[in-house]
Design a protein around this ligand. Structure first.
Ligand code: ADP
Ligand code: NI
Length: 217
C-alpha cells in the first residue's frame, strides 16, 4: 500500500477514536504532535513515514484515556498497524517508539533509541509547554479531580512512573514537578529551540498566577 494511504488511515483511526476525549489527549493533541513531528523530522532529516505513524498512534492505546463517547472498539497499536497495512519492519520500529516515549516512563529509565522516536517524543513534550500546554494541564487536572492550586500541598519529586501516575498534586504543582523540567529533557536541537519561548511563557504565567493569588496584580 502507498505510504500516504497508510498515514491517512492512521490519522482517520486516531481522529475517530480520540474525537470525544476531553482530558487534554484529544485528537487535536495528536494532530499538533503529528504536525510538529513532521516539522522537526524535516529539519533533522529523519524518516518521515516512521515519525508520522508514531506521532499519529502514540496515544491511541494509552492507559490514561477515557473514550466513553467515541463508541468504537479500542485496538492495540500492533493490531492497528497490521490492519492499515504497515510492513513488519516499520511496525516494529513504531511499537518500540510508542512503548517507550511517554513522559512518565522516563522516570523508569525508559528511552527511545531511534532518531524518529526522539522526534516523536520531543513533539509530544512540546505540546505540554506554552499556551497550549497550560490549557492541557488544567483540562487534565479537572478531568482527574485535581485542584487548581492548594498552597498547603508541597511539591513532589517522583521516582517512578507509578508514583507519578498516582500523584494527587494540584495542577500548579505539575508545572514544577514536570513541565518546567521538559526543556532540559528534549532530544533534538530543533525542539530545544522551540521550547525556549514556550518555557519562558510558563514561567511568566506562574509569576502572574502567584501575584494574582495574593491580590498583588
Ligand atoms: P505522556 O502521555 O506524554 O506521558 P502526560 O500524561 O504526563 O504525558 O502528560 C500529558 C498532558 O497531561 C500534559 O499536558 C500534562 O500537563 C498533563 N498532565 C499529566 N499529568 C498531570 C497532572 N498530574 N496534573 C495536571 N496535568 C497533568
Ligand atoms: Ni501525547
Amino acid at each position: 500500500m502507498e505510504k500516504n494511504e497508510i498515514i491517512k488511515k492512521a490519522a482517520d483511526y486516531a481522529q475517530r477514536l480520540l474525537s470525544s476525549e476531553t482530558s487534554g489527549h484529544d485528537w487535536w493533541h495528536t494532530y499538533r504532535v503529528w504536525k510538529m513531528s513532521l516539522h522537526i523530522a524535516r529539519k533533522e532529516r529523519a524518516d518521515l513515514f516512521v515519525v508520522q505513524l508514531a506521532a499519529l498512534l502514540h496515544d491511541v492505546d494509552d492507559y490514561k484515556l477515557k473514550f466513553s463517547k467515541a463508541g468504537i472498539k479500542k485496538k492495540t497499536v500492533k493490531q492497528i498497524l497490521s490492519k492499515i497495512g504497515t510492513d513488519d519492519i516499520t511496525a516494529k520500529k513504531i511499537l518500540h517508539i510508542i512503548q517507550n516515549m511517554s513522559f512518565n516512563k522516563s522516570f523508569d529509565g525508559k528511552k527511545v533509541n531511534t532518531l524518529e522516536g526522539k522526534i516523536a517524543q520531543d513533539a509530544d513534550r512540546l505540546d505540554a509547554l506554552g499556551a497550549v500546554g497550560i490549557a492541557r494541564t488544567f483540562a487534565f487536572g479537572g478531568s482527574h479531580g485535581r485542584k487548581i492550586y492548594d498552597p498547603k500541598i508541597k511539591l513532589a519529586k517522583f521516582k517512578s512512573s507509578k508514583e507519578c501516575r498516582h500523584s494527587e498534586s494540584p495542577s500548579i504543582n505539575h508545572f514544577y514537578e514536570k513541565l518546567l523540567l521538559i526543556g532540559n529533557m528534549l532530544n533534538t536541537k530543533t525542539a530545544r529551540q522551540i521550547a525556549k519561548e514556550r518555557h519562558k511563557y510558563l514561567e511568566q504565567y506562574l509569576e502572574r498566577f502567584f501575584a494574582e493569588w495574593e491580590g498583588k496584580r
